[in-house]
Design a protein around this ligand. Structure first.
Ligand code: BGC
Length: 396
């Protein structure tokens, strides 16, 4: 998966360099790899909306206004969504006339710290950060604050620091609630509970160093816990708490290994009804584990996910995955960019949550976008109709 993504990215970079789109590319100095705004070939990055945005140059004497710099630190390229997020933010900021340094840290905490340090050294005016481990950036964030650089937490909250001005994310608790509601409706849990029928379930939750994962779990359990309590849902492994089911760094391989172990120990006959997964990457791992255990596709459990990745949509369309959560990264990027503008232009961005996201030091003012359930019924209308993917991208 990782290799495939990097290969695709490299092909796009090649195409861009051949067509002279050099200005859309940025070199990741610390890793020596290229991180490029190659995403202009698809609306998933821009939504075709950025042309209408104004420019920071408008109405100004260009010679007297130094270009403002924004450092964008993204966690990884192993999952499609972060590539979309990074490209979309970069494209929008560049349209506004900002200089952008986009870096991906390949899930390496030390690399992310050194990337942020280099952004500080290069006198960024603002930093947009999506952390790998939300608690490990406290010192480097203090450095940013001491240098007068504003910080926006992007999608993942930055914990244990006062050096963060705003948080742009999705409603992370609602992501969990939606997954729970989908399972409940799809399996008919209310009726099952009344008639005494039961279903087996196992949980594959997100990374313990990512605040989003815990919020998702809380939303999920608000819906499913009553059914676990009354025996409608039976978890044979007994692992239902967040800390028993979380998967470090959202690793697909770990999810696969965990699922293989669960099959061996509790579901040799393929009688797992629900694999409640918090991420499309986990869903791929679960599918591989199922296949490797020699179990048939016909007996697949209901598998859930998050991020509406292309492979997940293909699996949904072909009946291997039940649902995913679509987080339109174009909308999130646009919201984040309004925060950057507000910080750099001394204005107020739109905020819609001022109480949920306390990072142990302060409650960070947030804008939370709306997550949407995607299944076989609506993926065409929402994802293809909404210009997020083309049919060819999904099914070629
Ligand atoms: C994001 C999810 C994503 C996960 C793994 C989380 O912080 O909110 O959308 O699936 O990271 O990349």
């Amino acid at each position: 998966m990782k290799t495939r993504l990097i290969t695709i990215l490299n092909i796009l970079i090649l195409i861009l360099s051949c067509t002279g789109c050099a200005s859309l590319q940025g070199v990741n100095e610390n890793s020596g790899k290229t991180s490029s705004a190659a995403g202009y070939e698809t609306d998933a990055y821009t939504g075709g909306e950025i042309e209408g945005l104004g420019s920071v140059y408008e109405g100004r004497d260009e010679d007297s206004t130094p270009v403002k710099r924004v450092g964008v630190a993204m966690p990884t390229r192993t999952s499609e969504r972060w590539i979309n997020d990074g490209m979309s933010i970069k494209a929008r900021l560049e349209t506004l006339g900002y200089e952008v340094d986009l870096q991906y840290a390949d899930d390496d905490i030390e690399l992310q710290i050194s990337q942020i340090e280099s952004m500080i050294r290069n006198e960024a005016d603002c930093l947009v950060i999506s952390s790998i481990d939300s608690t490990k950036l406290v010192d480097v964030l203090k450095k940013a604050r001491d240098n007068g650089i504003s910080v926006i937490a992007y999608d993942r909250l930055l914990m244990d620091t006062d050096a963060v001005s705003y948080y742009a994310s999705f409603d992370n608790k609602k992501v969990g609630t939606l997954i729970g509601e989908y399972i409940s409706e799809h399996m008919g849990l209310k009726k099952a509970s009344e008639s005494g029928r039961s279903y087996t379930i196992e949980f594959f939750m997100g990374s313990p160093d990512d605040n989003n994962a815990l919020f998702l779990y809380k939303g999920l359990m608000e819906v499913l816990k009553p059914y676990l309590d009354d025996g409608t849902l039976v978890c044979r492994s007994g692992r239902t708490s967040f800390y028993e089911t979380c998967i470090l760094r959202w690793s697909e391989d770990t999810a696969q290994g965990k699922c293989s172990d669960l099959i061996k120990e509790y579901y040799r006959d393929g009688d797992l009804d629900i694999a409640c997964s918090a991420f499309d990457g986990f869903a791929y791992g679960i599918l591989k584990a199922w296949k490797n255990a020699g179990l048939s596709e016909d007996s697949l459990p209901l598998i859930t996910g998050q991020d509406a990745e292309k492979n997940a949509i293909k699996n949904i369309a072909e009946g291997r995955q039940g649902m995913t959560i679509y987080k339109d990264t174009r909308i999130l990027a646009a919201k984040c960019v309004t925060m950057v503008q507000a910080l750099l232009e001394n204005s107020e961005p739109e905020i819609n949550d001022t109480f949920q996201y306390n990072n142990n030091v302060l409650t960070v003012p947030a804008y939370l976008c709306d997550p949407v359930i995607i299944d076989e019924e609506n993926y065409e209308e929402i994802l293809i109709g909404g210009g997020y993917y083309t049919k060819e991208q999904l099914f070629q």
